[in-house]
Design a protein around this ligand. Sequence first.
Ligand code: NAD
Ligand code: TDX
Length: 342
Amino acid sequence: MKLIVTGGAGFIGSNFIRMILTSARPYKVLNYDKLTYAGNPENLRDVERRSGYDFIKADICDTARVRRTVSSFKPDAIINFAAETHVDRSILGAADFVKTDVFGTHALLEAVKEFKVPRYIQISTDEVYGSTEKGSFTETSSLVPNSPYAASKAAGDLLCRSYFVTYGLPAIVTRSSNNYGPCQYPEKVIPLFITNALEGSSLPLYGDGKNVRDWIYVEDNCRAVELVLRRGRPGEIYNIGGGSEVENRFLAREILELLDKPASLIKKVCDRPGHDRRYSLNSSKIKKLGFSPSTDFGDGLRKTVEWYRDNPVWWKKLKNADFKSYCRRQYGSRRKGGAAKL
Ligand code: NAD
Ligand code: TDX
């Protein structure tokens, strides 16, 4: 099976590519990635020489490039992981989110339509449903996105739906909960807290720390995406939850315990504007396809902490001058007690 995987140099995309290149099934993969600050070729060093893997540095918003690539590679499926993904950055400025997550998705859908690609998978997120204090979202719950990131992802999902209904385009959407594991860029809470703790710096906990996220180990999400690729039905949406709902303050304490660091490293900072209180997914539909997560949160967090502890070269390069300047904008304004400046 020939796949174009967009955003394959990022966190989930690279874990997905590694999984399929090392699986028994005969996949060929073209990784189509712009290599933004979040794209990292190091993530695939161990598999990049395998036969059946190729890489192209390109933007999904570049319609002509997308068309040329799809027309010459002739994929059996396109899986779109490419996106701007960090909520806090979308609060600082949403333009790149609208470009990539909406216009980029549109460019891919147009190419799928023109070249009659047999399958298209849009990798989306639980954040499109917004926040809920009680119960869990199903695939038919309303879309109530609260951050510019979530709104741009919801727009991409709706474009997929409209192309299915209008043109019969074989689009499927997956909405997973928060992923964690190796190779996640250290702006996201788990790698940020782990690497800050390893450096002996503070863990900035937003607001009262009682916000809840449902964590899924990245390899579990990748298995679910592959299952959807093989057995999902066009026009359908599949929630992929980890079934591990955890408060952020508990998460921070667990990480510090695993690293034998003091709880005094936790520093409460001003809350994220529009901060969703709780995400929770009902995943019975994907369970019916035969999926269940196999990594328990305790084991997954331990493995993740060990991976960052054992791979300082990987993350120290990323915590560079640009990253520090981003942190100053992000956390400096939070310490002063205001929302981040635009
Ligand atoms: P990431 O930020 O680690 O990686 C994104 C990748 O997309 C990078 O390699 C980047 O270079 C590439 N990219 C960005 N803009 C591009 C463009 N215009 N053209 C081509 N490539 C571009 O993201 P991630 O955490 O791996 O997330 C992957 C997908 O999964 C995203 O669509 C995200 O919305 C979704 N998702 C993520 C999570 C999570 O917890 N990380 C949860 C649910 C859904
Ligand atoms: O420094 C921090 N302190 C803190 O308390 C950061 C970065 C985050 N947090 C809190 C905010 C959230 O409640 O931790 C929680 C998780 O934050 P993020 O890692 O930024 O993830 P989240 O906002 O939940 O979004 C993630 O999950 C859904 C991904 O970034 C998205 O791409 C995905 O769609």
